[in-house]
Structure formats: C-alpha cells, structure tokens
Design a protein around this ligand. Structure first.
Ligand code: ZN
Length: 313
C-alpha cells in the first residue's frame, strides 16, 4: 500500500489528510493557519499537523510517497513558491522548500482551487472521467481543469482563472479590474447581492418572512423560488448567468463532466438540472455527441487535501 499526505491551506485553518492510493483516509485533522504571525509560523504549524497525522495513523514518515500542498493565491508550482497570496500575507515565499526541510518529506505545491479540481477528478464526482472541470461557487468563482487525468495549470501555473472570464461586456465591476466577469454574477457573493436587491425592491416578497437584509444568504432565493415571484426571478437569473459561463467552458474544453462545488452547490438538483437543460439546448452541436454532464461535486471541503495528496500519484 502507498500513502500520501495532502494539505489544504485556508485563511483560518490548515486541513490535512493522510490517505492511501484508493483515497481511504488513514488520519485527518486541522490546525490554525497562524499566517498573521508570518510564513515561518504557518509552516511550523503545518509541520505540527503532519506529525499528528502520522502519529494518529501509525504510519511512518518513510512510508509516505510525498506531501502535496494546496495554497490560495498565485502559485509557482514548478518551483514550489507562493508568488503572491494576499489573504495569507505571503510574497515570493518558498513554501515547498521550507515545509520539506521541516518535515523531511518531498513536497509539491499547487493553487488551492487546482488541488480541489484534481481531488474531485481523481476521487470525487469526476472519477469516472478523464476530462473534468470544477467550478466552485463561493466568495468568488474558482475552479480548475483536468485534461487526460492531469491538471492543466497554464503558463507558470497562473492560468484557469475561470471566474474572470467575461460574460457581460461592460457589466458589473470585478475585483480584477475588468467588468462583467463570471465571478461578478455567479459567485455566492453575487447571488447574495442579487437577493438583497430583490428584497429591497419587493417589500411584499415572501423572502422577508424568514430573512432580512443582514441574514439573506445564497440559500434565500432558492428557499422561496417555488412560491414567490421575486425569489424565483433571482434564482432564474442566477442560473442563467451560471449556465452562460458553464457553457463557455463546455464549448472550449468539452470535458465529460463539469462539477459544481462551494456553498451554492448545496442546492444540488435545483441547480444542476436547470443548468443541464440550458446546456443541452445551447452547447455547440448539441449534447448528444460528446455529452457534457453537469453534476454536484462530492468531496466537499476534503477535495483540496485529497487533490494535493494526488499530486504524488
Ligand atoms: Zn474579474
């Protein structure tokens, strides 16, 4: 049996998993990121997490094939360097080298969204397919692309920023500086904005029964879309935006499956079924020849750690 470590760095916590080649979990855990104390402190915490994962699983360091790390930000995966990670306060930080020195393990680094895409591709909703795309609907729209079972990362591993594909020219401003990005319309943040706007414009809406402008979430419109016109309109429009970006990706890459992750994907069939319907109607050449399936991702917040571990498989 071969064993692998996967580490997923988040803004608040670092998650880790020790798995075998079938993705059976031997141990898992988490630790504070501690990035406010600097990169070195963060790496010390990761090393502590690694030791506890090894102890809990009773697997020795010598039995580990390698440790993959998924980290937010711009990542030079070839050299294991965090080029820039604003949320972690890191710039040109040789993370792979430092963690390797602290743990004595071989370390590979990739972007956290790419790690999640590889995790879903290898062990989650994409495991039956060779070509898959993960679209995560959270604070932003992230994701990754797997072609022939391998991550496609683009030049200097800086590509596949699918959230910054424009779907509405001269549309809503985006944090990247352009306007009309997929992320400005299809992220959970955008859905919440769209929901609050509909609530402000429709004081009679049923959404006010259990939500106010502070508590409105990515769930609100979907909760009431069966019985309330304003809510249905928000959900329908959101689905339209999301389908637009997804069909663009489908037309360019023609993967066998597009997997939806992140908070909004909890809607499950409420989201995947109408998007599949729009995709079937609009995809270039129809969806019978080389069909593209739209499904919910299945690994949840384990996708990143699993995918990071898979960097050594
Ligand atoms: Zn953008």
């Amino acid at each position: 049996m071969k064993y692998y470590l996967g580490i997923d760095i988040g803004g608040m916590t670092v998650k880790g998993a020790l798995i075998d080649q079938t993705a059976a979990i031997k141990s898992e855990g988490s630790i504070a990121t501690a990035c406010e104390q600097g990169g070195e402190a963060m790496c010390n915490n990761i090393a502590r997490l690694v030791i506890s994962l090894l102890e809990k699983s009773a697997i020795s360091k010598q039995e580990i094939e390698g440790m993959g790390v998924g980290c937010p930000g711009v990542i030079d995966s070839l050299n294991g360097i965090v080029v820039f990670a604003g949320n972690l306060g890191l710039k040109n930080f040789p993370l792979a080298k430092i963690i390797s020195e602290k743990t004595g393990l071989k370390v590979k680094l990739t972007n956290d969204a790419n790690a999640a895409a590889l995790g879903e591709a290898k062990f989650g909703a994409g495991k039956k397919y060779s070509d898959s795309i993960l679209v995560t609907l959270g604070t932003g729209v992230g994701g990754g692309i797997v072609i022939n079972g391998k991550l496609f990362e683009g030049g200097n591993s800086a590509g596949t920023e699918i959230g910054h594909m424009v779907i509405a020219e001269d549309g809503k401003p985006c944090t990247c500086g352009r306007r009309g990005c997929f992320e400005s319309y299809a992220s959970a943040t955008a859905l919440m904005e769209q929901t609050r706007e509909a609530m402000r414009n429709n004081p009679q809406s049923a959404m006010w029964k259990t939500y106010n402008l502070q508590t409105a979430s990515g769930k609100t419109a979907f909760d009431y879309s069966d019985c309330d016109k304003a809510a249905k309109s928000v959900a329908d429009n959101y689905i339209k935006y999301l389908a637009c970006g997804i069909i663009n990706l489908a037309n360019i890459f023609r993967p066998q499956v597009i997997m939806l992750g992140g908070g909004v994907s909890e809607q499950g069939e409420n989201l995947t079924a109408p998007i599949q319907k729009i995709l079937n109607a609009q995809i270039m050449g129809g969806n019978n020849y080389a069909p593209v399936k739209v499904v919910k991702a299945t690994l949840g917040n384990r996708a990143g750690a699993f995918g990071a571990a898979a960097l050594f498989m």
